[in-house]
Design a protein around this ligand. Structure first.
Ligand code: ADP
Ligand code: MG
Length: 251
């Protein structure tokens, strides 16, 4: 099983939209996929119709509630979700006390490898103990970057944190998200990406009302967008790049 995280220090940049759309394409390509919603705002839980579970963060971390018991079906074949639970907001405090402190998520996910090919972690913003656990558990960390200087700066801060902490920079893969080519700054940064974006995904997710409507449809864009939709095709392209990086065979 491979673990893919959607992470950014910033909120509102397209992590949850990315997690749900990429997980959908993974499952549609035949990979058994679980989305673990780690953000107590529960966006991906909402999009995937995950029912709330009664489990508390403490009981999950102690092993009293196996993570596998929290898995819920979604309307899509081969795609399941571990819903966010409101008590997850305490995760961060609890994770500090686990020993070793950065390996709890990796340990919790281990039993999934028998049944699943891919786990997708939808993360809350901020650098935290939870984020440290995500960085250890993930094989690949996709970072949505809005083509603006502030967003690039946030990505730079994340890279600096990886350097400071001796974490593997090769796990980080940024991609442009919510890109609006009508804006000259967005266009410039996409056409002449700064060195920071050297290993960015080729796929650029456009700013799109079709993505905005995910909340209304409670579904990934593939479930309702026309086949020629730009955002749909950008997510499909991003999935192919991610699949390739993770070593999944794609047609
Ligand atoms: N490509 C996009 N185009 C337009 N709106 C988007 C796009 N991606 C996300 N959004 C919208 O922006 C908001 C934040 O997106 P979300 O994926 O929840 O970000 P995050 O998980 O990083 O906080 C949501 O209302 C979502 O519908
Ligand atoms: Mg989110």
């Amino acid at each position: 099983m491979k673990t893919l995280a959607l992470y950014n220090i910033k909120g509102g940049v397209g992590k949850s939209a990315g997690a749900v759309n990429l997980a959908y394409f993974a499952a549609a390509s035949g990979l058994r996929t679980v989305v673990w919603d780690l953000d107590s705002q529960a966006a991906s839980t909402w999009y995937l119709h995950g029912e709330q579970s009664a489990a508390k963060a403490k009981s999950v971390l102690s092993g009293d509630t196996p993570l596998g018991r929290l898995v819920k079906p979604t309307p899509y074949d081969k795609l399941t979700v571990i819903p966010a639970e409101f008590s997850y907001r305490y995760f961060d405090i609890l994770l500090k006390k686990v020993d070793p402190p950065r390996e709890a998520f990796k340990r919790l996910l281990k039993p999934f490898s028998e049944q699943y090919s891919l786990a997708v972690l939808d993360c809350p913003p901020a650098i935290s103990h939870l984020a440290d656990n995500v960085f250890t558990a993930a094989d690949l960390i996709l970072v949505p970057v809005v083509p603006t200087h502030l967003s690039l700066r946030a990505y730079e801060q994340l890279r600096e944190y990886f350097e400071q902490e001796g974490l593997p920079l090769r796990k980080l893969k940024p991609f442009y998200s919510m890109a609006d080519r009508r804006r000259s700054l967005h266009r410039e940064l996409i056409e002449n990406p700064p060195a920071l974006m050297q290993n960015a995904a080729t796929a650029v997710i456009p700013y799109s009302s079709m993505v905005e409507r995910m909340g209304e449809h409670r579904a990934p864009v593939a479930a309702y967008a026309p086949g020629d939709d730009a955002a749909l095709n950008a997510y499909a392209e991003l999935w192919l790049e991610v699949a390739d990086t993770l070593g999944f065979k794609t047609p």
